[in-house]
Design a protein around this ligand. Structure first.
Ligand code: HEM
Length: 392
């Protein structure tokens, strides 16, 4: 049976800096490869080094211990095994299959905005960018309408960190996640079983049918992949929309520019991904002693590749600290780099584009609510606001 994911402990530098961006800048200047004794891990900050850690799998492995929840899934595998499984799941996750979701995503976005349209203000995160990807993924996985609330609750708990603000302890959080993981595992096991008997036009059915060299996914592998989609796809997409909207609304003249020229939306989204990257860091483990950025890292060490820092590196980006919606080129690595490049990137981009198009068309006069407290979540991996209140 599945067990819970490993707990993520933020670094002290991350917690103590006024903003992670200040910490990144300081580290890139003074200690671009840094050993954090407290977490017993190496932090890597420059664009060039982060890109290498993410893609050089011979030295920096994705095989993670103690994360059984998704241990059977591609994000925790190295080539050549990774390639075979990636090909399998990619068969069900083709750009064509994703594009076919566009009309339904537009409908969901419209329905969510209908619900808030007669109010003077609403919360972009709570009312829009949070429910949207959860509904999309639930529908892709074939979760029926009546189970959607239950599913939302489960997926929320699987991805959320310890809520210290609400007085939650680490032990309580682990216990809760353990229970929910068991429930979700049992739920999906049933869905998989029923699709095996009676195929439908959904992702689980497509995954059951996928085949590479005569081999198919096993049920635990399929379960691992379904979990991975929840963990990797929901909060990241919420934050893509939330973070990009935050950057736009903090500069009303940039928002107005985009409203006048909606053709800039795709490049504005790419800049949103760069400027406030939804996935701030990914880790790897060294397979042997390896030198990077002039520092020798021993074998078996954990290495944290700070994507959020790489995307603000002024050795790579002109005016890296500015939010430039028509930035070109924009070689950000918000979706990673190399063999693990985000499988869901076409879906995330599509959801982002449809969601923001709907906001532009519906509420072109939108403004950040005055005196709104924008409190940011504390996860060093998935970064975004908890609330983004706006007036319409
Ligand atoms: C992998 C970011 C949305 C599914 C990754 C990786 C990153 C990332 C950085 C690389 C992980 C690594 O190198 O270890 C993002 C961001 C998203 C997003 C920023 C939204 C803006 C999604 C969505 C899905 C998804 C919507 C699916 C529903 C995956 C999967 C992998 C992955 C399956 C593993 C690929 C592999 O290991 O080969 N994502 N992601 N992601 N993402 Fe996303």
């Amino acid at each position: 049976m599945q067990t819970m994911p490993a707990l993520i402990i933020p670094s002290r530098g991350w917690l103590q800096a006024a903003s992670p961006v200040d910490w990144y800048a300081e580290m890139r200047a003074n200690a671009p490869v840094y050993f954090d004794e407290e977490r017993n891990a190496y932090d890597v900050f420059s664009y060039e080094d982060v890109q290498r850690v993410l893609s050089d799998y011979a030295n920096f492995s994705s095989q993670r211990q103690g994360e059984e929840l998704t241990s059977q899934s591609i994000i925790n595998m190295d080539p050549p095994k990774h390639m075979k499984y990636r090909q399998l799941v990619a068969q069900a996750f083709t750009p064509k299959a994703i594009d076919a979701l566009a009309p339904r995503i537009s409908e969901i976005a419209k329905e969510l905005l209908d619900e808030v349209a007669d109010q003077p203000e609403f919360d972009i995160i709570r009312d829009f960018s949070y429910p949207l990807p959860v509904i999309v993924i639930a529908e892709m996985l074939g979760v029926p309408n009546q189970d959607r609330e239950k599913f939302k609750h489960w997926s929320d708990i699987v991805v959320k960190g310890v809520d210290f603000e609400a007085g939650e302890t680490i032990e309580q959080n682990l216990a809760l996640r353990h229970t929910v993981t068991q429930e979700l595992g049992a739920y999906f096991a049933e869905v998989i079983q029923s699709r095996a008997i009676e195929p439908k036009n959904d992702l689980i059915t497509a995954l059951l049918a996928a085949e590479v060299d005569g081999e198919k996914l096993t049920v635990p592998e399929l379960l691992g992949f379904a979990f991975l989609l929840l963990v990797a796809g929901n909060e990241t997409t919420t934050n893509l929309i939330g973070n990009t909207m935050q950057s736009l609304l903090e500069h009303p003249e940039i928002w107005e520019h985009l409203v006048r020229e909606p053709g800039l939306l795709p490049s504005a989204i790419e800049e949103g991904l760069r400027f406030r990257s939804p996935a701030q860091s990914m880790n790897r483990f060294t397979t042997q002693e390896v030198e990077i950025g002039g520092v020798v890292i021993p074998a078996g060490a954990e290495v944290i590749a700070w994507i959020g820092s790489a995307n603000r590196d002024d050795a790579k980006f002109v005016k890296a600290e500015q939010f430039v919606i028509d930035r070109s080129p924009n070689p950000h690595i918000a979706f990673g780099n190399g063999p693990h490049f985000c499988l869901g990137a076409p879906l995330a981009r599509l959801e982002g584009r449809i969601a923001m198009q709907a906001l532009i068309e519906r509420f072109p006069q939108m403004k950040l609510k005055q005196d709104a407290k924008l409190s940011i979540g504390l996860s060093p991996i998935v970064s975004g606001l908890k609330r983004l209140p706006v007036t319409i």
